[in-house]
Design a protein around this ligand. Structure first.
Ligand code: ASP
Length: 420
């Protein structure tokens, strides 16, 4: 009965309940003025969140590898449309990250409220070394990027295997052979398996929130949450600016008119917000684009099918802002060059963030590792991620719809079968 109730309660409700309980627990244990007798208990409250974070960190590399291999093997994109799609995806994601970094640099949310940082948790932030980065791009062993959680090396390995597997597949199809199907199915099943394991880890997030928020309130009172409030404001502002950028692009690059577009696509945006998953929203996104907006099926399917797997601008923006925010909180401001590494890794991390709830949290560990930020601080972000995930998912879906509208071009299709 209790398990049934637990299963039927949406994750965000569980997290809100955990937050309320955690505040009570934290106050009971001292509320910023802890009794030394409870020191051990308070310290151990962090165990669930550190376990969840460790699990997420270890899942990030297989998730990215399998997402890239899966897309290489299964995507069917005509070459010309593919090039245009690629350019659109990369410009939109880059703009998203630049907006995120600009807002984080201007507002400096990590400095609004000073945070007491427990000594010994922060490691020195890595300096930027472009030649070293290049030299480091090829791993010494194929499995090394998995051990080191090195996102750039991992992408290198994934792209190498992905493109070769794709070439082999096409050669075999020409020769009438079907051996490639075996590896395609294995990758499909492994991809599903990793996503299921991520789901299991995410199910423990409420417990992690209970522990880490309880511990934080007990030790430091409410100051850290004021700081997170500043972070939420900054992220929402940046996501809003990204939405404005999309609408401007649609206005100048497509026949679609902005006002009706916002009305017609609201179902998809709200579904994204309420499910926190661009993949779950995918059928609705496709339907509103074809049936309500009136895009050609080909543009809608390219933008939405490829986009919901690959195009996660909201996630990229969020990951870059999180890195900058935490660097401000711990007082080790990232230089411009280090922020470049954040841009690069955030692009790849967002590609690997499969469109499922809180996937961005999984791949964020790689962005942090790339610049040497301590990943323990992601625990702080877990407390607000359930809400910000919804907002960035809505932007991810809006990004996919923007790409579809731009692919549809300046002229509306007048073919009967395209207008339903
Ligand atoms: N939940 C997001 C999505 O489905 C991914 C993320 O966690 O950023 O698009």
């Amino acid at each position: 009965m209790i398990i049934q109730l637990y299963k039927r309660t949406p994750l965000y409700v569980q997290i809100i309940i955990a937050l309320i309980l955690a505040v009570g627990l934290g106050l009971l244990l001292g509320g910023g003025n802890p009794n030394p007798d409870n020191a051990n208990l308070i310290k151990n409250l962090a165990i669930p969140s550190s376990l969840v974070l460790k699990a997420l960190r270890s899942l990030a590399t297989p998730l990215i590898l399998l997402a890239v291999l899966h897309s290489f093997l299964t995507a069917d994109i005509p070459a010309r449309a593919g090039r245009r799609l690629f350019t659109l995806l990369i410009t939109n994601t880059t703009v998203a990250i630049i907006i995120g970094l600009l807002v984080a640099n201007l507002l400096q949310p990590g400095k609004w409220y000073p945070l007491k940082i427990s000594q010994g948790t922060s490691s020195p932030v890595k300096a930027f070394d472009p030649w070293g980065l290049l030299q480091d791009l090829v791993p010494e062993a194929v499995l090394k990027p998995f051990v080191d959680n090195n996102v750039l090396q991992l992408i290198f390995v994934a792209l190498a295997f992905g493109s070769v597997l794709r070439i082999l597949k096409e050669q075999q199809i020409e020769e009438g052979r079907r051996d490639y199907l075996a590896i395609e199915q294995i990758i499909e099943i492994l991809f599903q398996a990793v996503i299921r394991i991520v789901d299991v880890c995410i199910a423990f997030v409420p417990l992690a929130v209970l522990g880490i928020v309880g511990k934080t309130v007990a030790l430091e009172g409410f100051a850290p949450f004021k700081s997170l409030g500043a972070f939420i404001v900054a992220v929402l502002l940046a996501l809003f600016l990204q939405a404005c950028y999309y609408l401007t692009r649609i206005h100048f690059g497509s026949w679609v008119e902005i006002k009706p577009f916002l009305n017609q696509t609201s179902d998809a945006i709200w579904t994204a917000f309420s499910t926190s998953s661009s993949v779950i929203t995918m059928p609705i996104t496709f339907e509103v684009l074809v049936k309500k907006v009136g895009l050609r099926e080909s543009s809608a399917s390219l933008g939405v099918l490829v986009g919901s797997n690959f195009n996660n601008d909201g996630t990229a923006l969020y990951e870059a802002m999180s890195a900058l925010y935490i660097s401000q909180v711990i007082g080790s401001n990232l230089t411009l060059a280090q922020q470049l590494v954040v841009v690069l890794t955030s692009v790849f991390a967002s590609v690997g963030a499969a469109g499922i709830p809180q996937a961005g949290l999984v791949t964020m560990t790689l962005v942090f590792s790339a610049v040497g930020l301590p990943t323990e601080y992601i625990a702080l972000l877990v407390t607000v991620d359930w809400f910000l995930d919804r907002c960035r998912t809505a932007i991810n879906v809006m990004g996919d719809m923007t790409v579809s509208a731009l692919l549809d071009g300046q002229e509306r299709s007048l073919l009967e079968e395209d207008i339903i």
